[in-house]
Design a protein. Structure first.
Ligand code: M6R
Length: 366
């Protein structure tokens, strides 16, 4: 049932070209320029006119919400907030009629996310679910939404569900932005093509399996690691750190790259691996200077970069290349090496990567 792979986690990482493809299929037509999502279409007016969208989720799904915040604000010009479900549900949040809540969940059973949306629904919010498990509790409470169609995810660490969430959220943002008029036709058509080419580009990233495995061997004895990124890649840095913690039990923290100056840079010495998510985007020059700051303090820089980016290569101790892509879709590529890195570090340390200690696949108690 692991399809020849040693672990479900690896199988699920390698399924991503297919799962992203499945998620887009039947919805995105790049030639006609259409995105068909009936569970979103019904609420398109309300989403377009929403004062704000609130993404509610936990863990990796919360990271997908953070990426979506950047995408929705850019393409739809709607104010977005991203909330930890556990905090949101107890905070007595201000919810106005017509606020749009997007609940993001692989399992559809996460207790905090479920109760958060039940409460918000009572207060008149529209609830959309971006959920993987068909018929799950969160999907039933939601008014509308879209399934991620990633298939069953068995590994406790979420991998293919995350990239499928990003694909769905990006499609929603593209659809709403275009219908609303905040996204012009040229960029819209270009982004449809970009999204369509993600599955093939993920395949290219996966070809670097052996190289990433070697990096895992090199860094597996680190006691800590820092993950840094800016913009669309900031949540990817958070996700990289979460994956490493879960699977390899190495203490890792993710930060917006510029925020390190406000504290974490004190940790940097020659023993600290610092993983930069540094693909070429509108933040790139800024990330480069953050990389220089780490090098100046003798940190070990591992950088996920765009193919052929010689400047970053010259600064980093180790690089992992991903194909060039628009910054809107880049997180679906830049997260892949981080999933593989944590997988191989966990395996190298002899841990049970499919069932890390103390963790359950879905957190159905608060
Ligand atoms: O099923 P959900 O997406 O609602 O689960 C949310 C988190 O519990 C989940 O993403 C968790 O953080 C994973 N172990 C991350 O790999």
């Amino acid at each position: 049932e692991k399809g020849g792979y040693d672990h479900f986690m690896l199988k699920e990482i390698f399924e991503q070209p297919q799962t992203i493809y499945d998620c887009l299929r039947g919805r995105l037509d790049a030639e006609k320029g259409t995105i068909t999502m009936s569970g979103i279409q019904k609420y398109a007016e309300q989403i377009m006119n929403a004062n704000r969208i609130i993404m509610v989720a936990c863990g990796t799904s919360w990271h997908a919400g953070l990426v979506a915040e950047y995408i929705f604000e850019e393409l739809c010009r709607i104010n977005v907030e991203v909330e930890y479900a556990s905090e949101f549900r107890y905070r007595n949040p201000v919810i106005n009629k017509g606020d749009v809540i997007i609940a993001i969940s692989q399992s559809g059973e996460t207790a905090d996310t479920l109760v958060a949306i039940e409460n918000a629904k009572k207060q008149g919010a529209i609830i959309l679910g971006v959920v993987n498990v068909v018929g799950s509790s969160i999907s039933r409470v939601s008014d509308g939404g879209a399934y991620t169609h990633a298939g069953p995810e068995i590994g406790v660490a979420s991998t293919k569900a995350f990239t499928a969430q990003l694909a769905v959220l990006t499609m929603i943002a593209l659809k709403i932005g275009y219908e609303k008029g905040t996204l012009d036709k040229d960029r819209y058509m270009r982004l449809l093509d970009e999204l369509n080419s993600v599955p093939d580009k993920v395949k290219v990233v996966l070809e670097q399996q052996e190289r990433i495995k070697a990096l895992a061997e090199k860094y597996k004895d680190a006691s800590d690691a820092l993950f840094l990124g800016r913009g669309y890649n900031f949540p990817v840095a958070l996700e990289g750190a979460l994956k490493l913690k879960e699977i390899s039990y190495i203490h890792a923290e993710g930060y917006p790259a510029a925020e390190m100056k406000h504290g974490p840079i004190a940790l940097v010495d020659e023993n600290l691996p610092v993983v930069f998510v540094a693909t070429k985007d509108s933040y790139h020059e800024k990330v480069i200077s953050n990389m220089q700051e780490i090098k100046a303090r003798k940190g070990k820089v591992i950088a996920v970069i765009t193919e052929g980016d010689e400047h970053s290569t010259s600064l980093a101790d180790d690089v992992i290349e991903v194909p060039e892509a628009d910054e809107i879709v880049a997180p679906m590529l830049s997260v892949i090496p981080l999933q593989l890195l944590s997988y191989y570090v966990g395996v190298a340390k002899g841990y049970d990567v499919d069932k890390p200690r103390n963790l359950a696949k879905s957190v159905t108690v608060e």
